[in-house]
Design a protein around this ligand. Structure first.
Ligand code: PLP
Ligand code: SF4
Length: 331
């Protein structure tokens, strides 16, 4: 059998770090104190991090803000009862397999369960992806729903991470979406430009450049240290296709819950012409309680940011409350 040629990014994805001990070795974090190690359990969500992202972590620092986003901490096992498996009510708003609608005019397509990194705070860490559609034919019921509902103007590709899907499939999916007359905008929610900037290659830029839909790309950086020269280059290439770039961050205790860290993140984003869109209060998902910061901290941060940055440089601090007609602003 002839294997299909894999692209460079696919090879890098396959080579991502999955072994906690390997990550520790790379970061020169030798002796794992019993309290910090959790090799005995991954709480149903294995460690996964690209080498590209791991390279931006500081060596020898257990408190590195990037390391802490991927490291399996024992505290994941002590989840308070108000932390649940589907905190944002995703499963109640399915209109077709993989098609979620919560808000007017826009629908969200769960395109895949795969990611290039496992962020420990992820609100979809318990999402039942195995029953979600995976191929063009699986997406037909969702596409039919979109076609029948002329109130829908925007399709959001989410997941998992939509950019873990190969470009030939994505190009076909987007072409099908584009053929629906009332759809004006396509939005991608992705962490790939941050965690594997090599994903932004010619074949991705090709289909992005040809679509006639207006394009909105929401990247997901939580800390300025995540945005290095390679990431900046990937962002510039995405912008060159005519896409508008936005960033969404999650407020994470001990990682980005200070005014200065958030200011540095916003400044780094603005340097790269990315608009800080949302700062999200943590969704209360099982295993993530140790990342939760007080809402008052987020409020103070955005109030102070407003004094330091232009209006468009200050993210909206929001929380997703199931049943609400929009993300709820906390201010
Ligand atoms: C967050 C979310 C959106 C996007 O909301 P915006 O406020 O437009 O960014 C859309 N659909 C679903 C299901 C969502 O969870
Ligand atoms: S869906 Fe996003 S936040 Fe969740 S693990 Fe994947 S990349 Fe991280």
């Amino acid at each position: 059998m002839i294997e299909k040629p894999t692209t460079r990014w696919q090879t890098r994805l396959r080579d991502a770090i999955r072994d906690p001990n390997e990550l520790l070795r790379l970061l020169e974090l030798s002796a794992v104190a019993e309290s910090e190690s959790s090799n005995d359990s991954n709480f149903g969500f294995p460690l996964l991090v690209t080498r590209e992202y791991a390279q931006r972590m500081r060596k020898g620092d257990w408190n590195d803000p990037l390391f802490k986003q991927v490291w399996i901490d024992r505290q994941e096992g002590f989840s308070p009862p108000n932390f649940v498996s589907d905190p944002v009510g995703d499963l109640k708003v399915q209109r077709a397999p993989g098609l979620l609608q919560k808000y007017a005019g826009r629908v969200l397509l769960i395109t895949t369960g795969a990611c290039a990194i496992h962020c420990r705070y992820c609100f979809r860490r318990h999402y039942p992806y195995s029953s979600a559609p995976r191929s063009l034919s699986d997406w037909q019921p969702a596409l039919q729903q979109i076609e029948q509902d002329t109130s829908i103007r925007e399709v959001i590709l989410s997941g998992g991470d939509p950019l873990t899907i190969v470009d030939s499939t994505l190009a076909k999916l987007v072409a099908e979406i584009e053929s629906i007359e009332h759809i004006e905008r396509i939005r991608l929610h992705t962490r790939l430009p941050i965690v594997l900037p090599q994903r932004v290659d010619d074949s991705l830029l090709d289909w992005l450049s040809v679509t006639k839909l207006s394009k909105w790309i929401v990247i997901h950086a939580n800390h300025a240290q995540e945005i290095d020269a390679d990431v900046a280059e990937a962002i510039a290439s995405l912008r060159a296709t005519g896409a508008v770039l936005l960033n969404q961050a999650v407020l994470l205790r001990g990682i980005n819950d200070t005014i200065d860290v958030q200011e540095q993140l916003c400044k780094r984003l603005l340097e790269n012409s990315v608009i800080p869109y949302y700062l999200n209060q943590l969704d209360q998902v099982v295993g993530a309680a140790h990342f939760e910061a007080e809402r008052s901290i987020g409020k103070t941060i955005v109030q102070e940011l407003a004094k330091r940055l232009p209006g468009y440089g200050v993210p909206r601090f929001v929380q997703e409350i199931p049943g609400q007609p929009n993300k709820t602003r906390i201010d």
